[in-house]
Design a protein around this ligand. Structure first.
Ligand code: PLP
Length: 435
């Protein structure tokens, strides 16, 4: 029987046709000398990481030598779906309570903290737990593609509002709520926001706006998903409290953090969310992966306990240098356009003054063949949804803007960044002058 003759009784789910492959995943496969595409951490505590592995191995040997095989068997076993208590206790007291000012009960509050396999898993599980087809979500445009495409997978209706140098504009969020209720027949359920050095724009939301967004959500009865992936990579300006710190009764804000950017890609995310949401998320996680690898959780626990404080200062400082190198080269070599000025995080967003510029086409035709990769701006729009248009005060069908790009400075050394941006800038200028 040839393949064509085989009986076929299956059909792919609708979402597989609606949602594209992640542009970042695709670009991870591209070999570019100057890689400004994915949010890959390039500053890792290299002197500590091998040490942690050795220490852990020695500990296990000692258990075995003492005849305590049972403990070692437990260490290499399934753990609780919501994460091992030892790690959750350290995260609750040190990272979420002490550093972020989140009101967590000092004795029992660790139970509110859950561990997920990356914060991406938390995003997936939250959306799966809360969203039915047609439910309405508000976020900025452009927005983190790992959120908007997952939200599209669940067939939500995503209303995007414009963002400025300070992130989501509260006034537009309020108007988008009013219009969605009237025109889409449903009040939005969720607001998704990355207040500390947003991905992809790099902007940070001031305290006043954090409060306003919180108040809108509270008045509207909506939840906020506060994605704090870049929380510790803040190298300019003051450290602002998260929106979650305002949520004293833990009923309005789902707060997501991750080890991926602040330590290494262990695939460990950690979050605090209202108990009823948490219950559903953990239930779902039980079907997604049963548990996050326990070995990784134990490494992460030791890291935060013993090494985080001293290393994060160095890590932050190094990212600052990388950001400065990118800014300097962009200012020197890029054609007319606008770039954001990050206070931290991994990314700068640039948009060309030439509205006809198609960053996607340019990436394939010119940038990649010249050894430079970035993520084209259109990747940060969901495949379908709505735009709130302030000038019209109306919702229109979403159309991705093509003249922007996200440049990540996290992965390469400052001199490589400078060189890669120089090459990209010159190519962009050649295009402007018709070359
Ligand atoms: C804003 C944001 N949220 C979530 C994630 C996913 O992080 P994790 O590695 O913890 O899954 C990323 C990764 O790039 C991100 O930039």
């Amino acid at each position: 029987m040839t393949r064509e003759e085989l009986p076929v009784a299956f059909d792919f789910a609708t979402w597989t046709r609606l949602v594209p492959e992640s542009e970042i995943r695709r670009l991870l496969r591209v070999k570019a000398r100057y890689y400004f595409a994915g949010g890959k951490p390039g500053v890792l505590p290299l002197d500590v990481l091998p040490k942690l592995l050795v220490e852990l191995g020695v500990d296990e040997f000692e258990y075995i030598l003492r005849g305590d095989r049972r403990t070692v068997i437990e260490h290499f076993n399934y753990g609780p779906t919501e994460g091992i208590p030892e790690l959750r206790k350290v995260l609750a007291s040190k990272m979420l309570s002490a550093r972020d000012g989140i009101p967590i009960d000092p004795r029992e509050g660790w139970r509110d903290v859950i561990v997920t396999t990356g914060s991406q898993q938390a995003i997936f599980a939250i959306l799966d737990a809360l969203i039915d087809p047609g439910d309405v979500i508000i976020t900025q445009r452009p927005a983190y593609l790992g959120f908007v495409n997952t939200a599209a997978k669940f067939r939500s209706r995503i209303v995007t509002v414009p963002a400025d140098e300070e992130g989501l504009v509260p006034e537009y969020v309020q108007r988008a709520f009013d219009l969605a209720r009237r025109e889409l027949g449903k009040p939005p359920e969720l607001i998704y926001v990355v207040p500390d050095s947003d991905n992809p724009t790099g902007t940070t939301m001031p305290l006043k706006r954090r409060k306003e967004i919180y108040e809108i959500a509270a008045a509207e009865g909506a939840l906020i998903v506060e994605d704090a992936a870049y929380r510790e990579i803040q190298f300019r300006g003051e450290r602002l409290p998260p929106i979650k710190a305002l949520d004293s009764d833990n009923e309005r804000v789902i707060y997501l953090r991750t080890t991926s950017k602040e330590v290494a890609v262990f695939r460990i995310g950690y979050s605090v969310m209202p108990p009823d949401v948490r219950e559903q998320v953990v239930k779902l996680k039980g079907y997604l992966d049963l548990c996050t690898p326990t070995l990784m959780q134990r490494i992460v626990k030791a890291y935060y306990e013993k090494f985080f404080d001293e290393n994060i200062l160095r890590v932050r400082e190094e990212y600052k240098k990388r950001c400065e190198a990118m800014e300097a080269a962009m200012d020197e070599y890029f054609p007319p356009g606008h770039r954001t000025e990050p206070t931290g995080g991994f990314f700068i967003w640039w948009s060309s003054d030439d509205r006809e510029f198609d960053s996607s086409e340019f990436l394939e035709r010119v940038a990649i063949p010249s050894g430079v990769a970035y993520v084209p701006g259109s990747a940060f729009y969901p495949p379908f949804g709505y735009s709130y248009e302030p000038e019209l005060n109306a919702l229109t069908e979403l159309r991705p803007r093509k003249h922007g790009m996200r440049l990540g400075y996290s992965y390469l050394e400052p001199d490589e960044i400078y060189e890669g941006v120089r090459i990209l800038g010159q190519k962009l200028r050649e295009r402007e002058s018709g070359g």
